[in-house]
Design a protein around this ligand. Structure first.
Ligand SMILES: C[S@@+](CC[C@H](N)C(=O)[O-])C[C@H]1O[C@@H](n2cnc3c(N)ncnc32)[C@H](O)[C@@H]1O
Length: 369
């Protein structure tokens, strides 16, 4: 009897301790200043660089990107329009060298193709194999890259599923400040970041485990053991068949232009409101992006855009299911410790009664085009 109580007590103490440690880790990660003070800026940066270099060294990752037709068509068209004969160009994160090759073929006088991954040795071979000249491959991280001249164009593809999670903003701004000519171009530079309330198709919805009842086997007691880890509260999918509809009319939660943006301009809290135009169950808020080059050329990772770039996942920030009727208003608050670290993102929402002022109804599968 006594030993059973002791056992129960120690299990309770250990699980409280475990929750406490995870909570402290999340709290620190949500405060980049504290994290840098505790672990040192270099430490966390070095870990990410190592992972990123290893990840992109794999043919499997490169081929997914190269086979993504909307992605490659977008970049090819953007380079045709915005790299001019005689330009001097940097390709930030050249990978297999494909964008550098497009720029060289367009007539660039010189392309500095930089990458910190071992994929670069294959990029060199590919350029020779394809008769590409004027490209200099440089094995380095962009922060360590220095140049005596300034260039006309920076090309890059540094978008993660969460848009910001491959350090696009700090990496591009760093090069812009140090090596882009005044009036030089960043391709692409305009990005829309979306966070839209969605209903998932019934047959594709994965509930929280404590919501489940499978043939009478009930899981509700697990709610007490809710995981503390941030990734549990997000779903990843590349599949056009998952989302049934947006509940509201989609609009960018943020629009940024890398030509002019300063990192401090990014807010740490976003509040958005959507009046429900398609009734149904709210399953979460889906995160995706659209890159724009000129008015008519864009690249989307949106879950309902038929021409979406298929290799990017869209990420759903999960919430407890809740039904909404037309006219009700969903208010979302997204707080962000560090944009490049989605584990520091937190979200909550509330429901407001219908106001009587209705926006124009959206088609059920509204796209963001
Ligand atoms: C998404 S891939 C794009 C590859 C290629 N540009 C393309 O469009 O197919 C990003 C590449 O950037 C490299 N990379 C990421 N951050 C970098 C940095 N700060 N400096 C140099 N290379 C970087 C990665 O190793 C990877 O090869």
């Amino acid at each position: 009897m006594f030993s059973r109580s002791l056992q129960r007590l120690s299990v309770g103490v250990f699980s409280a301790l475990r929750r406490g440690v995870i909570w402290c880790g999340d709290w620190v990660r949500a405060r980049p200043g504290v994290a840098a003070w505790l672990y040192g800026k270099q430490g966390s940066d070095a870990g990410y660089r190592e992972f990123n270099g290893w990840y992109f060294a794999q043919f499997g990752e490169q081929e997914k990107m190269l086979a993504d037709r909307p992605r490659m068509d977008f970049y090819h068209a953007a380079i045709q329009r915005h790299v001019h004969p005689g330009d001097r160009v940097i390709d930030l994160g050249t990978g297999t060298g494909i964008l550098a090759a497009f720029a060289a073929r367009k007539g660039a006088a010189k392309v500095y193709a930089i990458d910190h991954s071992k994929i670069l040795k294959h990029a060199r071979r590919l350029a020779t194999h394809n008769g590409i000249e004027k490209v200099e491959f440089i094995s380095t991280h962009s922060r360590d890259f220095a140049l005596r001249e300034r260039v006309d164009v920076i090309l890059h593809e540094q978008m993660g599923d969460f848009l910001f999670d491959e350090a696009m903003v700090p990496n591009v701004i760093d090069l812009r400040e140090r090596v882009l000519k005044p009036g030089g171009r960043i391709v692409p530079s305009v990005f829309e970041f979306y966070c839209e309330p969605i209903k998932v198709k019934d047959e594709r919805r994965i509930p929280f485990i404590w919501e489940l009842d499978v043939h009478g086997y009930n899981f509700s007691c697990l709610e007490r053991s809710r995981p503390q880890e941030a990734p549990y509260y997000r779903h990843n999918s590349c599949d056009l068949g998952v989302v049934e509809h947006f509940l509201g009319n989609p609009a960018p939660a943020l629009t940024l232009d890398l030509q002019t943006l300063n990192e401090d301009d990014l807010p740490h809290e976003i509040r958005l409101q959507r009046t429900v135009v398609n009734a149904g169950r709210l399953d979460g808020f889906v995160v995706f992006f659209r890159a724009r080059v000129d008015g008519d050329l864009s690249l989307s990772s949106g879950p309902l855009d038929a021409g979406r770039a298929p290799h990017w996942g869209f990420r759903t920030l999960r919430v407890a299911k809740e039904d909404f009727t037309v006219g009700e208003v969903i208010e979302l608050t997204l707080t962000v410790g560090a944009w490049a670290e989605p584990d520091t993102w937190r979200w909550s929402h509330s429901k407001k009664a219908a106001t009587g002022v209705m926006p124009a109804p959206a088609p059920v599968a509204a796209s963001t085009q």
